[in-house]
Design a protein. Sequence first.
Lengths: 187, 393
Amino acid sequence: MALTTERLEQKLRERFAFVAIERQVGDAVRDHTLIVPAESLVEICTFLRDDSELEFAMLTWMGGADYMPRAPRFETIYSLLSLTQNLRITLKVRLPEENLKVPSVVGVWPTANWHERETYDFYGIEFVGHPDLTRILLPEDWIGWPLRKDSPLGYEEVAFTHNTPNRKLPSPSLKKLAPKKVKYRAQ
Amino acid sequence: MRNETMTLNMGPQHPSTHGVLRVALELDGETIIQCKPMIGYLHTGMEKQAEYKTYTQSIPQTDRMDYISPMSNNLAFCLSAEKLLGIEPPARVQAIRVLLTELTRISSHCVWMGTHAIDIGALTVFWYTFREREKVLSIYDMVSGARMTSSYFRVGGLSMDIPAGFLERCEKFVDEMPAHIDEYEKLLSKNPIWLARTKGVAPLSAKDAVAWGVTGPSLRGSGVNWDLRKSQPYSGYETYDFNVALGSVGDAYDRYSVRVTEMRESTKIAKQAIQRVRELGEAGEYRVRDFKYVLPPKEEVKTSMEALIHHFKIVAHGFFPPVGEAYAAVEAPKGELGFYFVSDGSSRPWRMKVRSPSFVNLQALPIMIQGKLVADVIAAIGSIDIVLGEIDR
């Protein structure tokens, strides 16, 4: 029997009986989307990756979205792909503005690294446990989160550290790249 | 001094970084201890801008993402918007789209092969591959009026019908192409310098490739049989006869041979698509007949009140998708290219997210070249085929 997203959802609900998993409904929600709580995200992702029937070995992409003025304002979206089952599933975590923290899934899929950095860069969502949460597409000294809905499209001066007083951000330099301990080859 | 490592900055203006990629390398002599790609020099905020434009207005933006395969970007964008709307274009449109995206694949792989070969010292190949690429560009020119930024596909169809003599021209190109691919292979496939620079260089295991989300020829080079045209077909790919090329070791040479085979398979698909367009009519339907989503024919606008209203509404506001969201992906020349739309019911997307293959594939660069030599970085960057316009968006 080929695995369907319905069967998958059922399996997930059985395994995580005490976790509030909600299916996103709507006429034009074209992909099977499950909303999961932030605290069980990593556990659910690990299960989806490691279960021998599911094998969601690939995180195709992840990103964020701002639904201002809705109450849980932000969302992080995870699009998973199972190569063996030829199946896609979308997971979402809803985040309130006051507590913009979500556990990082870099430990589950290393590819999440840049995606999470990009989401941090655009929305200011903090990924707890991310190894190197720095800006990726925007300059290091950029101030603000450009893809938030209250961020202007343009037509005003861009805020950098040099033109915005009292807003000095630490500037990561090449030094940061070099680890403290390096294994050297035998001389 | 003896025990210190050196940090070397490569790029962003280095010619072999294919644009404005900057790579910081930590070296012990010639050996790479650590590598960190740094991106963002071409960032223009396309995802943000899309939220302020109608869907149709964003199509020209997509040309500028992966600027050497504009038609594939157009296709991914249109398929995703069509999925959101719940419409499907006519079979003739799908055949024309397949024909043009396969030509795009050939031209993109031509650019890749030429520049990759230049990077590792074979200048000649470039002049041959760019000769054929120019032919594809003039086909773009013929069909859309622009050599590179074609913007030819529209949500629900095409911007206009194919011109007379278009199919003959494509057919001539497709018939000539296999002989040209033989030429390229004569220059490279058994060339000892080429083999020394690519065999065993920048290996990527299948497990790593999947974990790092690598798609496209780079994934298939590692031996993973995954091609969206076969596994999750779109635009009627399930009805075309073609094979998926696979590598075994996952080194730069395997990625090379996968792409060469893909070019041959693309000529096969394009030939079938030409035949199909012929059967469905050299002139005919080129968009859905639902004028809530596409412009009505000009003749009707002049004679029918409804058509005039539709014309006015489409031009002034665009179309209004239902509240919801959709993600659709295509097998672009570089890997899985997808667009994710969130619609709030207005004529502009609430959120547009681009899943660009180069962005994800580039992430695998550090694990490919860990412990290798500096010269292999160049071969590795070339072999994963990146375009910075798409990475930075």
